[in-house]
Design a protein around this ligand. Structure first.
Ligand code: CP
Ligand code: NVA
Length: 300
């Protein structure tokens, strides 16, 4: 049994999964490969894209998905992760979890006897990163360009650092010193990058970072669970807004990316996110194809 809690877990399989995602997108995999299989989906936080793409993905592959909000599970009343994981494993073929704490995902994975797939935690968002790289391949042809992440060094940023390193794409993450990416993930990314021949750079200088970028990516300043730090985060991240002035430093054909949901006027201005170089809806669509690839890879 193998699980997907981090991009690190699939560091040698990223290309294979992206190839599968492309095949699913273009209808090259026929039939119902997950016929009769079930996926439990536990959500401790809100979701639009992750929930719908996993549910539709399972359906299209011939299986079924169960949406389990933590409030409706006995877990919400204090039942242990261990009992929940062991019991659900007897009913279903895989469990997707959107978790508040990454540590809970790790504990769940230890106790479960079926694959666990992260649908986001406070540390990473691996399924998002897969869809993002599928999108870059479609728009740029390959991973030879410069990827620049701007803003909060959060879960999305962490998974992007790892996946760019796996695919040999140079990545620069520009964040204020207090909100830079997770140190352990940066270390892991740098060690993978050494093998793949790419560069992982962390900086607080956003202008230098964005210069000559081929991809500019940002995410919200206040992630789910960070609401109490809203004021200090907005103050610290103000200078990291992706606007047309910043985009001028990037290459002319640079694409703009965002995992969504976005707050126009905060981390990105409306003219950029709704402009001609924005690929946000392609990214969202690719969640479905990448998810099918992940489900096929782990559940078949
Ligand atoms: N990008 C993403 O994971 O969106 P949701 O929170 O809507 O699932
Ligand atoms: N960083 C965001 C991503 C949402 C998909 C959050 O964790 O809320």
């Amino acid at each position: 049994m193998k699980s997907l809690l981090s991009i690190y877990d699939i560091k040698d399989e990223v290309t294979e999964i992206l190839d599968l995602a492309n095949e699913f997108k273009h209808g090259l995999i026929k039939g119902k490969p997950l016929d009769g299989k079930s996926l439990a989906m536990i959500f401790q936080k809100s979701s639009t894209r992750t929930r719908v793409s996993f549910e539709v993905g399972m359906y299209e592959l011939g299986g079924s998905a169960l949406f389990l909000s933590e409030n409706d599970l006995q877990m919400g009343r204090g039942e242990s992760i261990s009992d929940t994981a062991r019991v659900l494993s007897r009913y279903v073929d895989g469990i997707m979890i959107r978790a508040i704490e990454h540590e809970d995902l790790v504990e769940f994975e230890k106790e479960a006897t079926v694959p666990i797939i992260s649908g986001l935690s406070d540390l990473e968002h691996p399924c998002q990163a897969l869809a993002d790289m599928q999108t870059i391949k479609e728009h740029k042809g390959d991973f030879s360009g410069k990827f620049v992440y701007v803003g909060d060094g959060n879960n999305v940023c962490n998974s992007l650092l790892l996946i760019c390193a796996c695919l040999g794409m140079d990545i620069v993450a520009a964040s204020p010193k207090a909100y830079q990416a997770n140190e352990k993930i940066v270390k892991q990314s740098k060690s993978i990058a050494k093998e793949s021949g790419s560069n992982v750079t962390i900086t607080d200088n956003v202008e230098i970072a964005v210069k000559d970028a081929d991809v500019v990516y940002t995410d919200v300043w206040v992630s789910m669970g960070n609401e109490k730090q809203e004021k200090e985060r907005k103050n610290a991240l103000e200078k990291y807004q992706v606007n047309s002035k910043l985009m001028k430093l990037a290459n002319e054909d640079a694409i703009f990316m965002h995992c969504l949901p976005a707050i126009r006027g905060e981390e990105v201005t409306a003219d950029v996110i709704d402009g001609k170089n924005s690929v946000i809806v392609d990214q969202a669509e690719n969640r479905l194809h990448a998810q099918k690839a992940v489900l096929y890879h782990f559940l078949k």
